[in-house]
Ligand binder design. Structure first.
Ligand code: EPU
Length: 434
């Protein structure tokens, strides 16, 4: 297994281009199943999750061709309706195949993905939405079985205890675009990745009003056509690089991303006193004297502060003197990074669904375990500011969502190497096996 060795190496400097968003690319690939015509998808990040999704599309019968490193052609002339456990278990997001299979095949059998380290990941709202669209849904032997022979539009409220659901909205939207009649979807997720999916569906001939709002009105059409679409830039990748720049007091410009996608994140950076400059399509973080200010964050659905940047922001607040409080409203237990940051010297505690940080710690390198995608990124960020060497294990989590992470950080001056766990110093071997 691969590991990272990171040594604090002073301020990051330079420019970095942001990739296409993983969380937009996955439902967009699922949407290519809605038509028998070819779809060309551009600005696709090269990630293990994306490869898993392409693998599933191929197994369902679609022809999948890579036209260039970030550009794919999918042609789903004839497809099956079953997504089996051995494929779905590799990636939770494959549940977003439900909507397209229901719409295209009027039948779907999709394995239920199961839990995940960041907390329970129920799909009750997806099922509720499908039932409102006239589907008969049963859970049997670990599968969601859907009979959509009576698929038809209707009114649906899709909000849940934690607010809207991103993948649930994608699923219901993709089922509704080919469902006869009108679907009025209230409580829809407004994330830029959902907006991007709507833009693609409209290019395919879908009729959707209210894009970007919590109320989507969809008039079902009989058929959709192929299209060409470029995936929206990854706001979470952008926020991660900005936090890395900030913790090293670096001077880093990220390009290819409109700052409006990072509204709540930049608002908190401003509150923290981090100097930055914006253009229409770039964000530059500047070096600062003294210290940043502590902040108080609550994660919320878009346009609120994204849960997917909570761990990275925690790393920054750990070295920022004063009391910071980061509260999770999306995944109340998403704090797996906390014990690992504590091993590096962070003074923080979990209280209910909040992380309380007594900031200003001097971090020191240690062997640490990555537990999930964003926690891995938080550990790298902390390691960039730590004295000595940090060894990060289980970085396959990070490879799910960040393309060429270490090479791009190295281009900014970071001292980070991908090694094998055999290179881990002997005294740490035991923790590698735990
Ligand atoms: N929820 C329900 N019932 C449902 C669906 C969701 O109660 O049927 C709850 C969840 O338990 C959670 C909240 O609603 O508390 C939001 O979940 P949502 O469905 O929006 O999450 P998701 O679609 O499964 C996507 C991203 C996640 C990101 C969340 C929140 C993808 C592939 N994944 O997950 O990304 O954290 O939205 O923004 O789009 C990541 O990239 O690291 C990641 C975990």
């Amino acid at each position: 297994m691969d590991i990272f060795r990171v040594r604090g190496n002073g301020p990051l400097k330079g420019t970095i281009a942001i990739s296409g968003a993983k969380n937009a690319a996955l439902p967009i690939f699922a949407a290519t199943l809605l038509t028998e015509e070819p779809c060309i998808i551009d600005n696709v990040p090269n990630l293990s999750d994306v490869r898993s999704m392409l693998d599933i599309l191929g197994r369902l019968g679609a022809s999948v061709t890579q036209e260039s490193p970030h550009r794919w052609r999918i042609e789903a002339k004839k497809i099956g309706h079953t997504a089996p456990y051995e494929l779905v278990r590799k990636m939770r997001a494959s549940v977003c195949l439900l909507g397209p299979l229901v719409a295209r095949c009027r039948r779907a059998e999709v394995s239920i993905p199961g839990g995940c380290v960041i907390g329970p990941r129920p799909i009750d709202l997806h099922i509720k939405g499908l039932r409102k669209l006239g589907c008969a849904v049963e859970i049997e032997n670990g599968y969601v079985n859907v009979d959509a022979s009576k698929l038809s539009g209707g009114p649906i409220f899709l909000g849940g205890r934690h607010g809207s659901t991103v993948t649930g909205t994608a699923n219901i939207l993709m089922a509704a675009v080919l469902a006869p009649g009108e679907t009025r979807l209230e409580g829809a997720a407004c994330e830029p990745e959902i907006v991007d999916l709507c833009i693609m569906l409209k290019k395919m001939g879908a009729q959707i009003e209210g894009v970007g709002s919590p109320e989507l009105i969809i008039q079902g059409v009989a058929k959709l056509s192929g299209c060409e679409h470029s995936v929206v830039p990854d706001r979470i990748e952008a926020g991660t690089f900005l936090a890395a720049a900030a913790i090293t007091r670096g001077d880093v410009t990220i390009t290819g991303i409109p700052p409006r996608l990072l509204g709540a994140f930049l608002d908190k950076c401003e509150e923290a006193g981090l100097p930055f400059e914006l253009t229409e399509n770039s964000i530059r973080v500047l070096p600062y004297e003294g210290n940043l200010n502590p902040i108080d964050i609550i994660t919320l659905p878009y346009p609120g502060f994204p849960t997917d940047l909570q761990a990275q922001m925690s790393a920054l607040m750990v070295v920022t003197p004063g009391l910071s409080i980061l509260t999770e409203r999306i995944y109340p237990n998403r704090f797996m990074h906390v014990p690992e940051l504590q091993r590096m010297g962070a003074d923080m505690a979990i209280e209910g669904s909040s992380a309380i940080i007594k900031g200003g710690a001097r971090l020191s390198g240690a062997p640490v375990m990555a537990s999930d995608l964003r926690a891995s990124a938080a550990l790298v960020i902390a390691a960039l500011a730590a004295e000595g060497t940090t060894w990060i294990q289980r970085i396959y989590h990070l490879d799910r969502g960040y393309e060429d992470f270490e090479a791009r950080l190295r281009a900014l001056g970071a001292d980070i190497e991908r090694l094998s766990d055999k290179d881990l110093p002997k005294e740490y071997w035991e923790s590698a096996e735990a």
